[in-house]
Design a protein around this ligand. Structure first.
Ligand code: ZN
Ligand code: ZN
Length: 367
């Protein structure tokens, strides 16, 4: 078996063409196109781009849980995503099982720990405050400190029940005690979005920030709420988290009009919205942002450099000699396609991103 392989004639995002040589799982050379030799050569004939491996900040990769569950590698490397962050599928009770299954998968996995010990075993996980147990949470964070990158709180009415903003106040306390940022899912109120925004701090993540529901981040006229702008000034991170119900073209167009830029583009993918839409895959979600008029570089940065920066793992967002090879190869072709958001709205796009191959921890796979 070849331990040295060359990805030949691939385009970087700036349009220059290169060969990338991978040996013993690492990038050992970035050479002029068509010049590198190796035991196994895959010639992309300048028909594909290469970026560092895509990072999806919001997935559900604990297959046992329904409806919000899926297999790690289905939402990971098979879709061109070399690193996933499970967004609070599990709480303290099952984080060990998620960590164990991540070791058996090819895709790199990190996790937000649900502040409710039961996680998404039930979908109203914050309606009973006795499930928000500080001691078991701290123990889990201690045991899985390299795996857990933040805490997850789903702050919308169907999840919190009658508890209004109380679960987020508790999440804030847990965040202080563990020194971990929060990823907060927003949606229908109560609680009121202003109460949510007021509790968010630098490094916290708002996921579903382009949702089109009432109680979202924009007023009736489509203007961003002043409290939203203030949260952005404090350094709150904006994540897409498309999902079944949380991405609206109209809201995305409003955000663009007011110059509000995403930090990360994520899918909120799980079995059902992968198989039946409107998510399908990371590439399909990226197509929507291409259609909105963002540049290819802005879009790919949002799943590479910018996601890696939030993770404080810059090596995951670059292509550099000496690093373990995590790369995504994809084409961008002129093609007319219909894209649907979470509200059933359709936009016609003129370009399509398609994943062609992936290198995950040095291992090449076609997609
Ligand atoms: Zn959510
Ligand atoms: Zn989710």
């Amino acid at each position: 078996m070849a331990d040295n392989m060359v990805l030949q004639n691939i385009k970087m995002l700036d349009g220059t063409s290169v060969d990338i040589v991978i040996e013993n799982r690492k990038i050992v050379s970035i050479a002029l196109p068509g010049t590198a030799a190796g035991e196994k050569v895959i010639d992309y004939q300048n028909k594909a781009y290469v970026s560092s491996g895509w990072i999806d900040m919001h997935v559900h990769a604990f297959p046992e849980f329904d409806p919000y569950g899926d297999d790690i590698d289905e939402v990971g490397y098979k879709a061109g995503v070399t690193t996933i962050i499970d967004a609070g599928s599990t709480g303290a009770d099952r984080i060990q099982d998620l960590a164990d299954s991540s070791k058996k998968s090819k895709t790199n996995v990190f996790a937000f720990l649900n502040i409710s010990r039961v996680g998404l075993e039930r979908v109203d996980e914050l309606s009973d405050l006795s499930l928000l147990n500080k001691e078991v949470l701290k123990q889990a964070v201690h045991e899985y400190k390299d795996f857990i990158v933040g805490l997850k709180a789903r702050i919308s009415s169907s999840v919190v029940g009658l508890n209004d903003i109380e679960p987020l106040k508790i999440a804030r306390k847990f965040s202080k005690e563990t020194d971990l940022p929060l990823m907060v899912h927003i949606g229908s109120g109560p609680p009121d979005i202003h109460d949510v925004l007021d509790l968010l701090e630098e490094g916290d993540v708002i996921t579903h920030f382009l949702n089109g529901k009432k109680n979202n981040l924009f007023d009736d006229k489509g203007k961003p709420l002043p409290a939203f702008l203030k949260a952005m000034e404090r350094g709150v991170h904006l994540d897409v988290g498309h999902g079944h119900a949380s991405f609206s073209f109209q809201t995305a167009e409003q955000a663009k009009e007011y110059g509000i830029h995403f930090h990360t583009i994520s899918t909120d993918i799980y079995r059902k919205n992968r198989q039946h839409g409107p998510v399908y895959s990371m590439a399909n979600v990226l197509n929507k942002f291409l259609c909105l008029g963002y540049s290819l570089k802005e879009i790919i940065d949002a799943v590479t450099v910018d996601a890696a920066a939030w993770l404080n793992k810059p090596e995951l967002g670059r292509i550099a000699i000496g690093d373990i090879a995590n790369l995504t190869l994809f084409s961008v072709e002129d093609e007319t396609i219909d894209l649907m958001d979470s509200d059933g709205e359709i936009r016609q796009a003129e370009q399509r991103i398609t994943v062609k191959g992936v290198v995950v921890n040095g291992e090449y796979n076609t997609c």
